[in-house]
Design a protein around this ligand. Sequence first.
Ligand code: ADP
Ligand code: MG
Length: 696
Amino acid sequence: MRPAILNPLFADVSTLPGVGPKTGKLYERLLGGQPRVSDLLFHLPHSTIDRRNRPKIRDAEPDAMVTLEVTVAEHRPPNSRSKAPYRVLVEDETGDVLLVFFLANHIWVEKSLPLGAKRWVSGKLEMWDGHLQMVHPDRVLDEAGLARLPPVEPVYWLTEGLYQRNVQKAAEAALAKLPDLPEWQDDAFVKSRQLPSFKAALSTLHRPQTPADIEPTSKARARLAYDELLAGQLALVMVRAHMRETRGRASVGNGSIASKIEAALPFALTGSQTQALVEIRADLAEPKRMLRLLQGDVGSGKTVVALLAMASAVEAGRQAALMAPTEILARQHFERMLPLAEQVGLRIGLLTGRDRAAERARTLAALATGDIDLLIGTHALFQEKVAFRDLALAVVDEQHRFGVHQRLALGEKGEAVDILVMTATPIPRTLVLTYFGDMDVSTLREKPAGRQPIDTRALPLERIDEIVEGVGRAIKSGARVYWVCPLVDESEELDISAAQERFEQFTQVFGSTVGLVHGKMKGPDKDSAMARFQKGDTKILVATTVIEVGVDVPEATIMIIEHAERFGLAQLHQLRGRVGRGSGRSSCVLLYKAPLGEVSKARIGIMRETEDGFRIAEEDLRLRGEGEILGTRQSGTPGFRLADLSVHAGLLAVARDDANLIMARDPQLESERGQALRVLLYLFGRDEAIRLLRAG
Ligand code: ADP
Ligand code: MG
């Protein structure tokens, strides 16, 4: 049960005075979903307007934001019907300024600026035609108004139809509702760092006294960042404790299947792969639950590790499941594993959202009786009707958006299921702790032997014709080419029409050797497009980013990325990772639209410089912030709202230690601080962890 003290913060934003049903809709757009008062409070100003700069007119600089104390000297209304602005001359003892109002409401101007009255006008000065002027002052105030003018005004991100004044007022109203919450942080910690209380911090951020108050490095920001980080870390530590507490079952394989698989592989495992398997098998053999992250760069060979781990579970007489994020990948895993599985006596099945009813029923029955050892599928695996006879190990492939909630859901599919999560790309160390802090980590640092470096080049889009010619020559000599079309806006529809267009254009040039695959295609069409490319029936595959994750066609050696400047670094790395998987020399062309911005230039530079995914991940974090790497920004899943890891990473480790200490001292969160921490978890939407505490 949510602590009652939080009720005012969980109320709908539209319950605030001044926010009606109409503006309520705008806040939905601004803040997402059905925003609560707390969402508004967490919508922090991104900058400030400093209204403390109050020079005499003589000393005022053009282009500066100033608040001037003036006397109204003269009204110069436009001739009737003229489109000229309404001008008002104001002055102090040192000079004068023209206030300029376009399409002015004359009555308002006359009333706000009576001749001879003293007024304060605040806004941006500019020099025009040799005279200082202020176009549409932000504020025109009398003495009483001045008294209410915040010296430093917060500036918020807006959405069309909302104005600064609206958000400022709403934030004020929200602050008025903010109760005094019990302190959930350790007193000594708060004192030693001189952090304000949660309430004081929010109030400082929405009512800054100086521009420095809202900087990410400010005490107020640090306080809130730490609150958010602690909530996250505490939830992870609680999940981990819960997982550890619910007894697991030991699954000890005898190597009978795994050794046959290894013998059948056309290569030897890398040292990293062997090491990861040792770690995973040790976990499986323990009578406690495994929660492990297998991280590795693109092409480092995570799938084989997963297969061998699953084989161990099957050797122990139990079942395993492999969940892929897309149909294409589930099918690819299935098709890859099938011949190998048949050879070694591993019975594998496939379950996707697309199976026909009869087929599906057969699969489910076989699963329940234990006639399927290893089930591969999409998120369909999560569904309630899917019942295993005895699931030992669940592997989740290439999944970024796999939250605590899904970990728990999957864990419930069997008696004490062991969980192995595989990442699509390396994740920077700070972020591993943030999102996977409840897991043990195995890392594949080595790449399989014999990989050749990918020749990466960047060319301006103007040279696309040359590239198309080059592609023509390459396919004549047997090469296979990915052609990735740009992200257009945020809209998948538009991406697809761009890909469609490119496909049609290439078909005219290259005929039936061109294939197309995109996210909105029907499943079977997508599969057959992939299959034809895999078999070499098509040589050029025009694609949207659906091929980004995991797709494996070792014969493909050329990757062209159109409008590379629109992709994030992690994405570019993923895409490039689709080539260089076989023995042939591969190349990657980044076609960009000139001129490049600073960040895009840096990204493309890094792509040309290195193929080390771990390094790229760190650079990506530096360049784009953490959201991009974990795909949260694209998916709109809220990541952090208050913490900025490029500034607050140091606090993360502290929060981690703190969370561990809390769990050690007060695992049920029963103490006074424990109760306050429950409030914190609810406040940051981490309350799913509370349900893991023993009832009562
Ligand atoms: P990822 O880690 O990106 O999922 P995959 O598991 O898809 O990588 O492996 C990429 C390719 O490398 C596959 O074709 C796989 O068969 C091959 N591979 C995996 N391990 C090795 C190895 N030890 N030596 C050579 N090739 C390997
Ligand atoms: Mg893979």
